[in-house]
Write a protein that binds this ligand. Sequence first.
Ligand SMILES: Nc1nc2c(ncn2[C@@H]2O[C@H](COP(=O)(O)OP(=O)(O)OP(=O)(O)O)[C@@H](O)[C@H]2O)c(=O)[nH]1
Ligand SMILES: [Mg+2]
Length: 206
Amino acid sequence: MDFKGSDTIPGPRTEDHLPHTAQAAVKIVIVGGFGVGKTTMVGSVSEIRPLTTEETMTQAGIGVDDNFGSETKTATTVAMDFGRISITDQLVLYLFGTPGQERFWFLWNGLFEGALGAVVLIDTRRLEVSFDVIGRLEERGVPFVVAVNSFPDGPRYPIPELRTALDLADEIPIIECDARRRASSRDVLMTLLRFLHSLARAKARA
Ligand SMILES: Nc1nc2c(ncn2[C@@H]2O[C@H](COP(=O)(O)OP(=O)(O)OP(=O)(O)O)[C@@H](O)[C@H]2O)c(=O)[nH]1
Ligand SMILES: [Mg+2]
């Protein structure tokens, strides 16, 4: 895609084979409304060549596909994105990006099976597209963190304001990121892992 230029941290993409030392694999889902940067995030952070199922948006999509705020966008995910990142020699994350358009949301069921947690990507220009997504995660009881993908023309809000606008509980981490950057996307995943760890510890104590 067009943004894989100088802003993307170059790095090895040769690790197609799972390291022999890998002991645990965790499934993580990247969700969010249409065009918030899910495919971008999976692509920037994956150490294997990501699998994408993008289709070119055509005339047929006009009036159906919501293209607001991402005028340069020419493709949309129709099934899923898939990538992998090794966090340590032992721990590997499998990343599944969901389609953003509501007409493909029926695919969520399969994508969430066995998922330990989720990242909700948001675009501050279109917060409202995140409401349904967050509601659906809460219904499913899937723990999640919120990552604010910083688009240059996106308004900046203090985190507490975002928390109120999205009606999120205090313990749910909200962080800013740039989905095009590997290091930033990795930080988001580390935040999710720390959150999952703290939930597991709290459960063990209860
Ligand atoms: N400036 C900026 N542009 C971004 C960023 N992330 C994605 N983009 C652009 O925003 C558009 C949407 O990115 P995608 O990764 O396709 O979004 P998506 O959430 O996978 O979209 P759907 O699969 O259609 O729901 C693309 O045209 C990218 O070039 C970002 O962090 N900053
Ligand atoms: Mg996509």
